[in-house]
Ligand binder design. Structure first.
Ligand code: TYM
Length: 326
């Protein structure tokens, strides 16, 4: 039996180079070894206000980007989270096994409620419970994510263990899979913050044109030391080195040697070139896919069918265990 991996991205904006290097690129490496399930997490995205028309479009565009990045639908299941009602249903049950003290500790909730102070809704608060439901429904063994999701993975493990100890073995306790490089790509304008879909100025979108990528990387904030070396506190240079290494697969040592004696101008140009070369085939494939809406719709229909089958089984087991009539 193959082990299962589950992961997903929120269709809350243009996906970034951070999403790609921290998540999607790693997922493609796991396709042949695992039973892979990758969803478009639209339920999560409404914790922040979305334009309905844009959200609908972005969900399908995100699916096209999954496939363009190499997540072959022949090898994995893709679906839209809201097409599988068991996510919301299990989330309710798990919410009754999650403590407010645990949710109060979530750094992402604190950050997002600062950024959206006019809309600190209950969904933003219980977001990690829904994320636990996503993962536990499929009994995922492994969840490949970027560093910012580590805390959410930990709470999912705690909820699974708590439920298992009360009702007997029900859920697989998932392990996080966080890449060594690329797990924390930072904002190009403020490299102390993570690169995020909601900050387009400091981020590179997967579909950005070559000129814009070059300009954005040239304008990336660095320092005045003038040499390329990974050193504590040099957020800008460290970030560009992480991008370079995670795109090329080179070690930091190798990259440092390559840029010995060279200035930031040359270094930035080289970073931009490898990023552009990496994204070019993704963009070409995306442009073809997005023209073929029927194909994309068929993939999410098939995916929802498969996902519902698995999810319903888990939900039924949980309902029985907690004492619902099923
Ligand atoms: P989201 O949509 O914010 O990001 C999707 C994936 O990209 C990673 N990521 C990054 N990696 C490196 N550097 C960055 N700057 C960067 N920004 C984002 C994220 O860690 C993530 O892996 N809560 C999740 C979506 C989700 C999910 C799930 C993931 C919902 N349910 C179940 C896994 C399993 C999120 O908001 O990701």
């Amino acid at each position: 039996m193959r082990k299962t991996i589950f992961s997903g991205v929120q269709p809350s904006g243009q996906i970034t180079l951070g999403n790609y290097l921290g998540a999607l690129k790693n997922w493609t490496k796991l396709l042949d070894e695992y039973n892979c399930i990758f969803a478009v997490m639209d339920l999560h995205s409404i914790t922040v206000r979305q334009d309905p028309k844009e959200l609908r479009e972005r969900s399908l565009k995100l699916l096209a980007q999954y496939i363009a990045c190499g997540l072959d639908p022949e090898k994995c299941t893709h679906f839209i989270q809201s097409h599988v009602p068991a996510h919301a249903q299990l989330s309710w049950v798990l919410g009754c096994y999650t403590y407010m003290g645990e949710l109060n500790r979530m750094t992402q909730f604190k950050e997002k409620s600062q950024r959206h102070a006019d809309n600190i809704n209950a969904g933003l608060y219980t977001y990690p419970v829904l994320m636990a439901a996503d993962i536990l429904l499929y009994n995922a063994d492994l969840v490949p994510v970027g560093h910012d999701q580590k805390q959410h993975l930990e709470i999912a493990r705690d909820i699974a263990e708590r439920f298992n100890s009360l009702y007997g073995d029900t859920f697989t306790v998932p392990d996080p899979f966080i890449g060594k490089v690329g797990a924390r790509i930072m904002d190009l304008q403020d490299p102390t913050k993570k690169m995020s879909k909601s900050e387009p100025a400091g981020s590179i979108s997967l579909l950005e044109d070559e000129n814009t990528i070059l300009k954005k990387i040239k304008k990336a904030v660095t320092d005045s030391l003038g040499y390329v070396k990974y050193e504590e506190g040099r957020h800008g240079i460290n970030n560009l080195l992480s991008i370079y290494c995670s795109v090329t697969g080179k070690s930091v040592d190798m990259a440092e040697k390559e840029f010995e004696g060279k200035g930031y101008g040359d270094f930035k140009k080289a970073v931009a070139e490898v990023v552009i070369d990496e994204l070019r085939p993704v963009q070409q494939k995306y442009n073809q896919l997005i023209e073929n809406q029927d194909y994309l719709m068929k993939i999410i229909e098939d995916g929802a069918f498969k996902a519902n089958e698995i999810a319903q089984k888990t939900l039924k087991d949980v309902y029985e265990k907690v004492g619902f009539i099923v």
